[in-house]
Design a protein around this ligand. Structure first.
Ligand code: ADP
Ligand code: NA
Length: 354
């Protein structure tokens, strides 16, 4: 097997919810635990991405730390994975500038995430400073995919685990690498920048508990809409108890017709895949349960599945010396990441004549 480099990032948004966990983070741990000895894994808390919108400094500082503690809590280990804050490796920003000089404005403006931000009322003045105006759209938000490409390409990443929503950005990074190689190293046998492959996350979208036609998200103002990976058994029980289902008797799986019930089945299935062959099969096994019994079963499975995560989180955030422990993980990760990044930048600088 040729060596692999796996890279992924997550924004510092505080303690992750079940959607983040089942949709992304749990796969990182699986990849780590199943990795061959010649695999390098890098997982970054991408704080430079977070500031494309204005952040409160003390809140951002807390969210960074909570995300790092969460990455420890889910089972990433310093001996196996390089975990670090993006902003502590300056090469991310350096490579981003160089890639910016080679990134097509046309391609970037076709990105759906940018287009959704552009779809603002056209009658707002370009000088309107309110957050929902076109004037509030910043250059960093537009060039966000270029920073994302730099994050990945900096480490000669071979595989990027991401959700479907990021597939377009990944393709942009691939095209940028291919174009860059063509421009600056047309005759080289080994590419300057390696176009990465995608590992699609297996878990479907986890939906909101209170509005099951929307995805579970930290931006929902209702805290009962989501489970945090550190929620206590009581919190988990209470949130599932108030989950929106329907008045049809019994359990069946149909994401269109019964989004609330199907979301609960999906959550239980993804939390513990040993319970059944598929969400469909799991729903059939539970077809005679009342909504109340279903919710209790799902809550128990989630509580069980998160018990170790919650324990490790409480342990590191609660004990004295926990802060130093986290700072040490970040420092170690940062210096290992920088070593790889420096190698890539050396090659790039030479190719550019710098
Ligand atoms: P949020 O939607 O809460 O703002 P982010 O956009 O920060 O979450 O997502 C971080 C990661 O978690 C991404 O890889 C994203 O695909 C995944 N993710 C977020 N919400 C969900 C969800 N409801 N179901 C599955 N995956 C999700
Ligand atoms: Na989001």
């Amino acid at each position: 097997e040729p060596p692999k480099v796996i890279f992924s990032g997550i924004q510092p948004t505080g303690i992750p919810h079940l959607g983040n966990y089942l949709g992304a983070l749990r796969q990182w741990v699986k990849l780590q635990n199943e990795a061959a000895p010649n695999t390098t894994l890098l997982f970054s808390v991408v704080d430079l991405h977070a500031i494309t919108i204005k952040q409160d400094a003390s809140e951002l500082a807390r969210w960074r730390k909570e995300m790092l503690a969460s990455l420890h809590a889910i089972g990433l280990e310093r001996e196996k994975s390089i975990v670090f804050y993006q902003s502590t490796v300056a090469q991310h920003a350096e490579l981003m500038w160089i890639l910016s000089c080679n990134a097509s404005m046309g391609y970037l403006s076709r990105m759906t995430q940018w287009k959704s931000k552009l779809a603002l009322p056209s009658n707002t003045s370009p000088f309107d400073p309110s957050p929902n105006s076109k004037a509030a759209l910043k250059l960093g938000l537009f060039s966000y995919p270029v920073l994302q490409a730099a994050d990945i390409l900096l480490y000669a990443t071979t595989h990027v685990p991401v959700g479907e929503d990021q597939a377009q950005h990944l393709e942009f990074a691939r095209q940028l690498a291919i174009g860059f190689n063509h421009t600056y190293a047309p005759d080289s046998e080994s590419p300057l920048l390696l176009p990465p492959a995608t590992i699609l996350s297996p878990a479907k979208r986890v939906m909101s508990l209170t509005k099951p036609t929307n995805k579970m998200s930290k931006s929902d103002p209702d805290p009962k809409s989501r489970i945090l990976i550190t929620d206590s058994k009581d919190d988990i029980g209470r949130k599932f108890k108030s989950a929106l289902t329907d008045s049809v008797a019994g359990v069946s799986y149909d994401r269109e017709q019964r989004p609330g019930v199907s979301n609960l089945v999906d959550i239980m299935y993804h939390m513990d895949e040993s319970v059944a062959e598929s969400p469909d099969a799991l729903a059939r096994d539970m077809k005679d349960l009342s909504m109340r019994a279903l919710k209790e079963k799902v809550a128990d499975t989630v509580d069980e599945g998160l018990r170790d995560v919650r324990g490790r989180y409480e342990e590191v955030m609660g004990r004295s010396g926990g802060d130093e422990f986290l700072a040490e993980i970040a420092k170690d990760g940062s210096s290992k990441a920088r070593e790889i990044a420096q190698r890539t930048m050396g090659n790039i600088r030479r190719a550019l004549g710098m």
